[in-house]
Structure formats: C-alpha cells, structure tokens
Design a protein around this ligand. Structure first.
Ligand SMILES: CC(C)(COP(=O)(O)OP(=O)(O)OC[C@H]1O[C@@H](n2cnc3c(N)ncnc32)[C@H](O)[C@@H]1OP(=O)(O)O)[C@@H](O)C(=O)NCCC(=O)NCCS
Length: 245
C-alpha cells in the first residue's frame, strides 16, 4: 500500500528523438506519453567528457581558479576541472559564443549554475573517475539532473541502505540495473537541489515512474510537480543518466 506522503510521478524512457518535433507546450495527455502535465520539456543539452589531467587553466575565471586551488587531491582536481570545461564547451556549443568568459559557480546547496552571455542559469554536473558530464535544461530552468556512475560490484549492505525494497527487487541479479537505478535516483535528487542531503530512498525509481517522499516530495511539489523524463546511456563500463522536466 502507498504511504500517504508518497506520490507517483510518471517517467518517460521513450527516446528523446520521438518527442523532438513536438513543440514545447503542446498538450500530451494521451498514450504513449502517460503524463498528466500540460507539456513535455524537450531533451536537454548533454555533454559527456573524458576526465584526464589538464594543463590549460586559461578558461577559468579568478573565482574558479581560487576554488580549484582549494581542492586537495589530483583526482578531485582533474574531475572538477574536466566537468567545468565540459560545462563551458556545452554552453558555447548550445548557446553560441566562446567558452571563455563563461563562469561556473554554486548556490548555497552546492547546486551548480553558469553565468554566460548576461544570463545566469542552473546546470547539472557529475564526475566519476574517467568520465564527467554536464546537462542543461533547454529552457534554462533548474529542472535538470545528471549522474555518471561506474558499473561495479557493490555490497549487499550498500544496496539495502540506499534502495527501496521495490528497487532492490527490480534490480536483483544485475549490477548494471542497480547502477542505472542509482544514477536515476541521484539525478532526481540533484534536480531537486537536494543531492544526498536526504535519504536516497526519497527518490524511488519504480519502472517508468519516480516516486518522491519526505523532503524530496516537498521540494518537488514546490517546483509545481512537473512531469519528469529521463534517459540513460551506457558508455563502456559507465552509465550516464540525465533526468529533466
Ligand atoms: C550531490 C551529490 C549527491 C553528488 O555526489 P556524487 O555522486 O559523489 O558526485 P557527482 O560527481 O555525481 O556529483 C557532484 C556534483 O553534484 C553537484 N551538486 C552538489 N550538491 C548538489 C545539490 N545539492 N544539488 C544539485 N547538484 C549538486 C556539484 O556540481 C558536484 O560537483 P562539484 O563538487 O565538482 O561542484 C553529493 O555530493 C551530495 O549530496 N553531497 C551532500 C551530502 C553528503 O555529503 N552526504 C553524504 C552521504 S553519503
């Protein structure tokens, strides 16, 4: 039985190209969309980039250089820098202009933003070992979350701590499915600006739906309970999931 503070939100795993010609704002209440909202947001801008030691810091602003200097380990520095370069390249490809002069910073919850061409807008970043990603909602709204994760064997204790019983059952026997589900949960919580400041089970991936609970549900409702869509891709032994509304 559903808990009283839970609400189901439809997810769509339909590839974005199916919707690409659908103008934003067009009512989509009939199958296969199964959404209750009045419009579907088009697939976001997404860039996946290799993480490798970088020597060119010329694209960093003074504030970014200052933040970079505070990072302790080479791994953290490489991941941080690669994800900022991915953001700058993506913004310049998507919105025009050169990557220079674009600045990436964070709000009080550490949710990243970019300043470019006189605009400030939320972006989403993720980095894991050899890969990083940046995603941007095409309408430049905060409704965007991306997560990169490596497919690897994880302990039963970790799975039991972070997955609901329903998710655990749906993923049982497949490390790839656990990883994909984990990236979707993290992307959903990043979209809400919460990250793992809440229990990961507050975003439950249930088939084609995401169910929010607790603080995640409160935040989602404050955002107007928009219809959520997602896409996951596999690149070598990594899963990259992007979730948007
Ligand atoms: C957001 C979070 C879930 C990402 O963790 P992760 O999977 O290890 O790392 P990822 O590379 O996928 O994502 C990191 C990026 O998420 C973004 N991010 C951080 N907090 C965020 C938030 N509240 N909302 C949206 N995005 C956020 C940042 O851009 C960060 O990159 P940066 O540190 O280089 O700026 C995690 O950093 C977090 O919530 N931390 C706060 C709570 C915490 O530390 N809990 C520990 C319990 S395990």
């Amino acid at each position: 039985m559903k808990k009283p503070d839970e609400r189901e939100t439809p997810l769509s795993s339909i590839p974005p190209y199916i919707h690409a010609s659908r103008p934003p704002g067009l009512h989509a209440s009939t199958p296969p969309y199964l959404h209750t909202s009045t419009h579907l947001s088009p697939a976001p801008y997404l860039k996946i980039r290799e993480v490798k030691p970088e020597t060119n810091f010329s694209r960093l602003s003074a504030a970014e250089k200052n933040e970079f200097e505070k990072l302790k380990t080479p791994k953290r520095r490489d991941e941080w820098l690669a994800s900022r370069l991915a953001a700058k390249e993506l913004i310049s490809e998507a919105l025009g202009g050169t990557p220079d002069g674009i600045e990436v910073f964070s709000d009080a919850d550490r949710k990243p933003l970019a300043r470019a061409g006189g605009k400030e807008f939320y972006i989403s970043l993720s980095h894991r070992d050899a890969l990083c990603a940046c995603a941007i909602n095409r309408a430049l709204t905060p409704l965007i979350g991306v997560d990169v994760e490596k497919i690897e064997k994880r302990s039963e204790a970790w799975k039991k701590d972070f997955f609901t019983a329903g998710e655990y059952g749906a993923c049982a026997g497949s490390e790839e499915k656990f990883t994909e589900t984990w990236t979707l949960k993290e992307a959903a919580l990043k979209m809400l600006g919460l990250g793992l400041s809440v229990d990961a089970r507050e975003a439950e991936i249930a088939g084609e739906r995401v169910k929010f609970a607790g603080r995640a549900l409160e935040r989602y409702e404050k955002l107007g309970s928009p219809a959520i869509r997602w896409k996951s891709v596999r690149k070598e032994n990594y899963i990259i999931s992007v979730l948007w509304a």
